[in-house]
Design a protein. Structure first.
Length: 233
């Protein structure tokens, strides 16, 4: 068993042991390694952020704090870098900041050798992405979508006209390199597509959306699909 696989299995065994815990000797027998190796693995798990507790003396042992949910992640360097590349190339995507934070957490719990290889490979990938839109605007739009609340936007159209509109967010869509907020415009009383980069200001209101659905927007083109159904090679 490779060390990364052993670390994953070790954390799962600690999790299953619950409040009882498990001794280093039992772990050593289970994984057919020395007690010294087990303790070194336990140190590695703890250094990666796993909330491991230890109880000395007879009846003591090791365990994982209740509520812990992120076991060591087993990824190849290429898999780890693919996540970094995807987020770096889509810095203007909805929730991109949260995605980047999640990937940093994943990188932190990789075993040191894999992380070092991933970081070396990452230096061989360059991304020339356009500047992201205002963080304040994106935060308001993301919150409005997640909480299904009306967002008030100041929007400049292609012809240069600027209006203030209350919008019920329905979905985010990406096409031709641009991100759109698609929602029910209360000013026009119709579904509208707003280019995110043209939204100069966005303020989250306390008003709940009235229930407009994705189906009202229509079917996506053949080359598009919701992210949960994206084809992964």
């Amino acid at each position: 068993m490779k060390r990364a696989e052993r670390l994953h299995a070790l954390s799962e065994m600690l999790r299953r042991s619950g409040a009882r815990g498990v001794t280093a000797e039992r772990l050593a027998r289970e994984f057919e390694v020395s007690v010294r190796t087990v303790k070194r693995d336990l140190d590695a798990l703890e250094n990666s952020g796993a909330p491991i507790w230890s109880r000395p003396g007879p009846g003591g042992g090791y365990g994982l704090a209740a509520g812990a949910s992120l076991p060591p992640v087993t990824l190849s360097p290429a898999q780890a870098v693919s996540l970094l590349a995807a987020v770096s190339a889509a810095a203007d995507a909805p929730y991109a900041d949260l995605a980047a934070a999640g990937i940093r957490k994943i990188m932190d719990v990789l075993d040191p050798r894999t992380r070092a290889h991933a970081e070396e490979l990452a230096h061989r990938i360059w991304v020339d992405a356009p500047p992201a839109s205002s963080r304040a605007v994106r935060s308001a739009l993301e919150a409005a979508m997640a909480e299904q609340r009306v967002v008030r936007i100041r929007y400049t159209s292609r012809d240069g006209a600027t209006t203030t509109r209350d919008v019920e967010p329905v979905l985010f869509a990406s096409t031709n390199g641009r991100w759109y907020l698609v929602g029910w415009c209360r000013l026009r009383d119709a579904m509208r597509w707003f280019i995110v980069s043209r939204i100069e200001r966005a303020d989250l209101t306390t008003l709940a959306c009235s229930g407009h659905t994705v189906e009202e927007v229509g079917e996506p083109p053949e080359t598009a699909r919701p992210v949960h159904g994206a084809r992964i090679a």
